[in-house]
Each structure stands twice: as structure tokens, then as C-alpha cells.
Design a protein around this ligand. Structure first.
Ligand code: ZN
Length: 188
């Protein structure tokens, strides 16, 4: 069942997600619903906070983007990115790899707002999958960017926090309007 994606100004987006201690049927259902929601919204990543749940769960699928490559390394060897999708990450931990790189980002909680964000070009990921098994891999390109964006959500960090001052200033009218609309809808 597709879920409602909450917008900037909704308090849960600023909450750090709780660690998942056991993968219950409710967690499996949440992951399935989040994948469905992400596909309906044509996103490539979605964190639990964006559907109103502050927990350490994110879903990712970069197959919809063909003009921004990703790289993947598993067990020390390069691996097929598409075959690794969709990706469900539980309690992910990241180690940055490589030099910072700038690239465009959007967010389903910030409709129509896009900006260049600087992040490490690659990342090493440790997480659990939906069976509770540990997964470990390194990635680069678009996949590394999406994973860092989703990891941020799980900590209550938003991509506007990673924008440089000038970019954020130029987007201020849109951001203020979005927050006002959200607060009016929530009657905050
Ligand atoms: Zn986002």
C-alpha cells in the first residue's frame, strides 16, 4: 500500500531513527510499503522518516536513472548494480571513501527543489538486510550519493543542511513557502 510522503516542516523529518532490534512482520510490511511508495513517486530512495516513522530503515533503487552511473564492489570484486536493486538497508553504518564531489540532488519531501550537494564520492556500507543478515559493500557514483542522502534522513539531517550558504539563500523563498504550507496543513 503506498504511504503518504511527509514534506519539509513535518517534525518527524528531524528525528533520529531508532535502531531496529528485530525484523518483525511490521518492519517487513513497512519496507514493502516504502518500496511501493518510492516507485509510485518515481524516487530513487526513501527513508522511514519520510513516511512518518523514525526508525533506521531506508529503501533504494537507482535502476530508474540511466544517465548517472553507479559502481558497486562486493567481497572485494566489482559487482552488478542493477542485480543488487532494490536495496533495503536496516541500521546502516557508513564510512566515506574518496574525495568530496558535487552533484545534483532532489528529495521527495521537498517537491520541485533541486540543488548541487557536495559529498564523498564513495562510501563503504554495513547494514542488515530484511532477513536480518549483515550486508557489506562499497559503492560510488549515484548509488553512493543516494545512500548518503538516505543515511542523513535516518539521523534527522536534510539535504538543505548540506547546501552551501549561497545555494540555500537562493532557495529560501521556496523553502519558506514549503514549510508554511506544511505547517498550515498540519495546523502546527
Ligand atoms: Zn530525501
Amino acid at each position: 500500500m503506498p504511504l503518504v510522503v511527509v514534506k519539509y516542516g513535518t517534525p518527524v523529518l528531524r528525528q533520529k531513527g531508532e535502531r531496529i532490534e528485530s525484523i518483525t512482520p511490521a518492519i517487513r510490511q513497512l519496507a514493502a510499503d516504502m518500496l511501493e511508495t518510492m516507485y509510485v513517486k518515481r524516487g530513487i530512495g526513501l527513508a522511514a522518516q519520510q513516511v512518518g516513522v523514525a526508525t533506521q530503515l531506508a529503501v533504494i533503487d537507482v535502476r530508474g536513472v540511466t544517465d548517472r552511473p553507479s559502481s558497486l564492489e562486493r567481497h572485494g570484486k566489482s559487482a552488478n548494480v542493477d542485480a543488487f536493486m532494490p536495496l533495503v538497508l536496516i541500521n546502516p553504518e557508513l564510512n566515506p571513501l574518496g574525495e568530496p564531489e558535487s552533484g545534483p540532488e532532489g528529495c521527495l519531501s521537498f517537491p520541485e527543489i533541486y540543488a548541487d550537494i557536495t559529498r564523498p564520492a564513495g562510501v563503504e556500507v554495513k547494514a542488515l538486510d530484511l532477513e536480518g543478515k549483515p550486508i557489506e559493500f562499497r559503492c560510488g557514483g549515484l548509488l553512493a550519493r543516494v545512500i548518503q542522502h538516505e543515511w542523513d534522513h535516518l539521523q534527522g539531517i536534510l539535504f538543505i543542511d548540506r547546501m552551501d550558504r549561497a545555494t540555500k539563500a537562493s532557495l529560501k523563498p521556496e523553502l519558506d513557502l514549503l514549510m508554511a504550507e506544511t505547517k498550515a496543513a498540519l495546523k502546527l
